[in-house]
Design a protein around this ligand. Sequence first.
Ligand SMILES: Nc1ncnc2c1ncn2[C@@H]1O[C@H](COP(=O)(O)OP(=O)(O)O)[C@@H](O)[C@H]1O
Ligand SMILES: [Mg+2]
Length: 428
Amino acid sequence: MPDVRSAAGLEVLVVGSGGREHALALALARDPGVAGVHSAPGNPGTAQVGRNYPVAVADPEAVATLAADLGVDLVVIGPEASLVAGAADAVRGVGIACFGPSRPAAELEGSKAFAKAVMVAAGVPTAAARVCESAEQVAAALDEFGSPYVVKNDGLAGGKGVVVTTDRQAALDHASSCARVVIEEYLDGPEVSLFAVTDGRTVVPWQPAQDFKRAYDDDAGPNTGGMGAYTPLPWVPDDLVAEVQRTVLQPTVEEMARRGTPFSGLLYTGLALTRAGIRVVEFNARFGDPETQPLLARLRTPLGGLLYAAATGTLADEPPLEWDPGAAVAVVLAAEDYPALPVTGQMITGLGTGGADGSVVVHAGTARDQRGHLISAGGRVLTVVGTGAELAAARRTAYARIARIELAGSFYRTDIAKAAVEQRAGER
Ligand SMILES: Nc1ncnc2c1ncn2[C@@H]1O[C@H](COP(=O)(O)OP(=O)(O)O)[C@@H](O)[C@H]1O
Ligand SMILES: [Mg+2]
């Protein structure tokens, strides 16, 4: 695609409405090469960065039409549902650069069976697995791998598709509720999230982050979309990123190109660091939430230029990424009864203007009521990101800021990055 950037700078449209998208909009707005940031549908946070436009994110034609009407230079797509529906293809179809994989490439996230097949073909280390479509196959696979059982719905399930259990009946029950399941070997070890920006050939890995999926402290309670995250990870081996680049990212991107469905956009690798070595738990085809929030707080490389290079196939010409040497800790404020039936419509106060302490409030499930007051509108309401020279300082900043925010019934985890600060994060 030719370089058609506007002389005044890039006009960018961010698609989505979560914390990830507000963090992306904030980082894009910091890029001196970006002239304007638009969001669709956005949230009250993105409305402070640029204008919000209504759109159905899973409707590719609607996304492409909006991008064309706005005349933007670049579209950045956040949600997996949008990518799996083909929004990136539709945007490229109207001649606009898009950061995000095509519909077939997004199957790396959209189908766990497809991702396994790609990993096997590319020789990428991952849990041994069987794809099952009948009760007999399920029973045989459960017996083959033994307990703890890992049963994954093949398709997108909004974070509710995976059951890990020692209860064989529970494993059978989950499998029978899915049309197609992947049953796999249990991986024992701490988990790490690694993002990489790619244009389909060149792969640029980011620094690793770790997220916290369970609702309550000490990994108790139900699974959630993510309750917090931090970066960097002082406890991982120094050569982790280089090893993942060599054994996971590059072979996967090459295999996707070889199949005629090159993957461009954000390749998110969920890793387990097992005694036997690095294993891929899953791929996602977009930025992770909430890891994006602390990672972007530390990324010094202008984001718009980087994503535009990935979208236009020129990543090889970009300078190496630059990172703030300090740390960032993100803590999610969740609504009462999240994730079961989150209470919404409650007044949020105490946000202040902040910033002086290096903290940022990133909006997700927030809205404005008729009088313009900020209210809760989703399960994960907002994320507070604290930065500092060390993880301990970033943690203190994030927790001091979130403690001042008032939302009836809300809660947050108090142990985000705690084990890392206490130098026991790599333990199992
Ligand atoms: N093979 C495995 N062994 C142990 N735990 C696993 C395995 N696969 C997944 N898990 C656990 O389940 C979580 C969700 O699985 P994942 O494949 O990431 O699916 P999704 O994010 O789509 O729900 C992982 O973060 C991990 O904690
Ligand atoms: Mg996952």
